[in-house]
Design a protein around this ligand. Sequence first.
Ligand SMILES: N[C@@H](CCC(=O)N[C@@H](CS)C(=O)NCC(=O)O)C(=O)O
Length: 222
Amino acid sequence: MSIKIYGDPGSGSLRRVTTAAAIMGIAIERVNIDLFKGESHTPDFLALNPHGLSPVLVDGDVVLYEASAINLYLADKAGGKLLGATPRERYEVLQWMFWSGEQWRVFATLTFNERIVKRFMGQLDDESIVQLAFANIRAAGAVLDAHLADRRFIVGDRLTLADIDIAAPFSQSERTKVPFDEFPNLVAWQQRLLETVPAWADTKREVDARLDGAIKAAGIEL
Ligand SMILES: N[C@@H](CCC(=O)N[C@@H](CS)C(=O)NCC(=O)O)C(=O)O
């Protein structure tokens, strides 16, 4: 039975899963849902994730939401090094994944909701919310930038799920204009991922095509 992954191709959260699956060589069956049409809030979808958020994994009787949990599930299934090469690295990878969810990605999501989602709803963004998000991104970005000063990857000497989780906000940064360019080591690390991890570059193209297309079709000027 195939592993189904539900999500919208423009989603940076889905991108974390499709990237990890591609790197690990795990075959997945993509089930496209259109978030612009509210397809994560249908009764069928809410039965999978009552929060109405994608991605969702269905593997037999296993139903999982939260991209990080899905990636941990896939990594356990596939073995390999995306969880770190040693037990100590594994805990560091988990540390950065949890940190990314609570202290990092959440502010990129807030910016996306203000600067992109609201435009689709015909609303103006609230600049005070954007500035609150940017202040948090700047504080966390400074720590990340220092961490990456003498490292090629977030943990150890190769790509792990920590890189994928922390890199996710770059999926929308050209549209949301979050201030990542103030952090040269962060920008260099992101560029390195695009150049050395083909799946990260492939999924960027997919996200960009989907969102830039939707923004253009809606006649939205960013
Ligand atoms: N913490 C969740 C975030 C999921 C999330 O925000 N998904 C967005 C797409 S990137 C979504 O499905 N939004 C639909 C909605 O808000 O209605 C994860 O990491 O999977």
